[in-house]
Each structure stands twice: as structure tokens, then as C-alpha cells.
Ligand binder design. Structure first.
Ligand SMILES: Nc1ncnc2c1ncn2[C@@H]1O[C@H](COP(=O)(O)OP(=O)(O)OP(=O)(O)O)[C@@H](O)[C@H]1O
Ligand SMILES: [Mg+2]
Length: 296
């Protein structure tokens, strides 16, 4: 694992904002995907890290945004020590480039976005600068994966609203299912999101994954008139917490384990599918929406 500190350029040094012409070029095909759940502790952070790692092994450029303000952050999970986070960027003290750290397989990580809370305090000029930075940054990316916190609190909703594709993670625990239903309901009814894909994590076997999906889909079908898609399952693996303890990506540590094979097949799907029915927009729109929602 490469343990990145900060990028070399100091704040604002030698960095020109993109010109309007460059802005046009930034209409790229980056896919903005949020990984979310109703209940906490179902595996979002691990799934995000490992999908990012596996996609980057397939030569995709990945930016992971840690949108969880809790303690189990991506940098902690990977043993990285960011000196700068989004708060400093929003504050104008550091550039986005400086805030990003490099994780396993060369994935780029934007550490905990706790500064998002402060967005309402930004001036219009600061917001535009931020947008320009993000636009130019995303030009090189294929995927932007957002690891959200659990639940239906404000920030989780903002990030899910802004994402083009939403992956909901649940386990077979009944509360995980009812909470997954709750987040889908809010996103669908209040924020007009219509496409959800489910990953069933910590499944005992493939059958359990299917059953969990069917139960959830029956509920959304019946009460929300909404069909959700089954993205797949990840087997429970007792060595996974071990990888967390070692602050490594599980799929890097145990690439041949059954759970890693499940993750690899999900990464393959993401890599090779044509994004369908997603919300159009790209990263520029993603951040515009976040800023809009936060600055109302
Ligand atoms: N497939 C799995 N098999 C066994 N343990 C797992 C599996 N997936 C995740 N875990 C364990 O579950 C715990 C929670 O995982 P993780 O932190 O990724 O969840 P989370 O959804 O991001 O939690 P939070 O809501 O707190 O952010 C970790 O200890 C992790 O090792
Ligand atoms: Mg997490």
C-alpha cells in the first residue's frame, strides 16, 4: 500500500482555475455512485474501499469521497493520516489536490467531509472556486465512490441526492432491512430517486442474499410501487475484521477468499456495465447540487 501524505503543491501555488473552455471539456463520463445504508455497521466502508481497490486494479481511476463524519472513517480503516480535509479546502486554506491522499492500488481519497456542514458559510466566490477545483479534478476520474454515513440525516441525503447511482447495503438482520426500506422510501418519495441497487453483505450463502433482496423488493413493490435491483451478495468472512485491524483492503490481503471473489464479481459488473437509468449529471452537477442544497 502506498501511504500518501499530501500532494506537493502548496495552497493555491501555481494553480490556475480552469478556463471556460476547459470547463466544457470536463463533461466527462465519470460515474458518481453512493454506497449507503439505513442501519450502521453493515459494511459500507469496507465495500467502498474494496470496490475502489478492485476497480483501480482494472485500470480505472477512482476517487473515494469519505462522506461519513463518524469515527470509522476510510482513512482510519486504511491507516492513512490525512493532514488536510475538505474543511480546510472549503475554508480556502488548502487546495483540493492537497486534501487528497493516496490509498491502496493508487485510489485517491478525499478524507472525511465534515466541512460540508460549513458550506452555508462560504461566499459565492469560494463556492465557485471549489466547484472549479472539483470539476478539473474529476476530469481524470472514471468513478467517484461516496461512502456515506448510515441513516436518513441531512448529509447522508445530500450525498445520495447528488449521486447518479445509489447502492444500498443491507445484511440479513431484520432491522437492517427495515432501515434499508426507510432510506429508500425517503429518497424515493422526498427526493424523486427511482433507481436503487441492493448489495446484501455478510450473507451466509448465495441463497440468503437472494432472499433478503426478495423481502426488501416485495416491501418496496407493495408500499412504494418501486422495483429495486439486486446487485449481488458478499459472503460473511470472519477474516474481514482482521483486515480492518490491519488497516488494509481485505481484497488486497486475501484476494482468493470467497468474500473477495464476491467483491471482485461486483467490481467486474460495475466496470463493464453500461450505466443505465442513472441520474445524468456528472461530477460538476454532483457538487453543484451539494452546494445548492447546503446553501439553499
Ligand atoms: N462480509 C463481511 N464479513 C464479515 N465481517 C464484515 C463483512 N463486511 C463488514 N464486516 C465487518 O463489519 C464491521 C462494519 O463494517 P463497516 O465499517 O464497513 O460498516 P459501515 O456500514 O461502514 O459502518 P458505519 O455505518 O458505522 O459507517 C467491520 O468490523 C467489518 O469488518
Ligand atoms: Mg462506514
Amino acid at each position: 500500500m502506498t501511504k500518501g501524505e499530501t500532494q506537493s503543491a502548496s495552497a493555491g501555488e501555481g494553480r490556475a482555475l480552469p478556463t471556460p473552455g476547459e470547463g466544457k471539456k470536463s463533461q466527462n463520463t465519470v460515474r458518481v455512485i453512493s454506497v449507503t445504508s439505513g442501519k450502521g455497521g453493515v459494511g459500507k466502508t469496507n465495500i467502498t474501499i474494496n470496490l475502489a481497490y478492485l476497480l483501480s486494479k482494472m485500470n480505472k481511476k477512482i476517487l473515494v469521497v469519505d462522506a461519513d463524519m463518524g469515527l470509522a472513517n476510510i482513512d482510519v480503516a486504511l491507516g492513512l493520516t490525512p493532514k488536510v480535509n475538505l474543511f480546510h479546502v472549503l475554508d480556502g486554506r488548502k487546495s483540493m489536490q492537497e486534501a487528497m491522499i493516496e490509498g491502496p492500488g493508487g485510489i485517491m481519497i478525499l478524507p472525511s467531509a465534515s466541512g460540508i456542514q460549513e458550506m452555508s458559510d462560504l461566499s459565492k466566490g469560494q463556492k465557485l472556486t471549489l466547484l472549479d477545483e472539483l470539476r478539473s479534478l474529476s476530469r481524470e476520474m472514471d468513478f467517484l465512490l461516496i461512502d456515506t454515513a448510515a441513516g436518513i440525516a441531512g448529509n447522508v441525503m445530500y450525498f445520495n441526492m447528488a449521486a447518479q447511482e445509489i447502492i444500498v447495503v443491507a445484511s440479513s438482520e431484520p432491522t437492517s432491512l427495515t432501515d434499508a426500506y426507510a432510506i429508500i422510501k425517503v429518497l424515493h418519495q422526498k427526493h424523486a430517486k427511482n433507481r436503487f441497487r441492493l448489495i446484501v453483505n455478510m450473507a451466509r450463502d448465495p441463497q440468503e442474499g437472494k432472499e433478503v433482496y426478495q423481502r426488501l423488493n416485495q416491501a418496496t413493490d407493495r408500499f412504494l410501487n418501486l422495483h429495486i435491483e439486486y446487485f449481488g451478495y458478499i459472503l460473511r468472512d470472519e477474516r474481514l475484521p482482521e483486515a480492518v485491524k490491519q488497516q488494509k483492503a481485505f481484497t488486497a490481503l486475501y484476494p482468493h477468499s470467497p468474500a473477495s471473489k464476491c467483491l471482485a464479481s461486483l467490481a467486474e459488473k460495475l466496470c463493464h456495465e453500461q450505466p443505465v437509468g442513472g441520474d445524468p449529471g456528472g461530477i460538476g452537477l454532483f457538487w453543484e447540487r451539494i452546494i445548492e442544497k447546503n446553501c439553499g
